[in-house]
Design a protein around this ligand. Structure first.
Ligand code: FES
Ligand code: FES
Length: 154
């Protein structure tokens, strides 16, 4: 076990865990931040996506020991009131079906739009390619990303 001082959603958080513990389990099991979901556990589905700094990462394969002082943001910390432009666009387009993959989709889209405020269809496809939705909400996700990009440009 080792002690880690993490910055999660703007708060300093002390945690005593095995250094190899994936951040996903630190969030879910130790901190009760259960908005980040477990899908495959092998970095193949995107369901567990969070931000490390301003980059989208898959928390199921991210050992807590490599985080250091980089800020972690989860779906719970993306916005104060669920009103991030991506979340608003998701509502406008009624994107989720079962909802299970959606926190990961939103976190991936939000990080993508930080780096590209005027994406082409191809860029959206490439950025979202690894985030799997078993309900097939891809068309609505793409529309919502375009709406969010336009609102961020406004
Ligand atoms: S649960 Fe992490 S990528 Fe699937
Ligand atoms: S909304 Fe059901 S898996 Fe994506």
């Amino acid at each position: 076990m080792a002690n880690f001082n993490l910055n999660i959603n703007g708060k300093n958080t002390q945690i005593d865990v095995d250094p190899s513990t994936p951040v996903l389990w630190v969030l879910r099991d130790h901190l009760n931040l259960v908005g980040t979901k477990y899908g495959c556990g092998i970095a193949q589905c995107g369901t567990c996506t969070i931000h490390l700094g301003d980059v989208a990462v898959r928390s199921c394969q991210l050992p807590v020991s490599v985080v250091g002082n980089q800020a972690i943001t989860t779906i719970e910390g993306l916005s104060e009131n669920g009103d991030h432009p991506v979340q608003q666009a998701w509502l406008e387009h009624d994107v989720p079906q079962c909802g299970y993959c959606q926190a990961g989709q939103i976190m991936n889209a939000a990080a993508f739009l930080k780096h590209n405020q005027d994406p082409t269809d191809e860029q959206i496809d490439a950025a979202m390619n690894g985030n799997i939705c078993r309900c097939g909400t891809y068309t609505r996700i793409k529309k919502a990303i375009k709406t969010a990009a336009n609102s961020e440009n406004a």
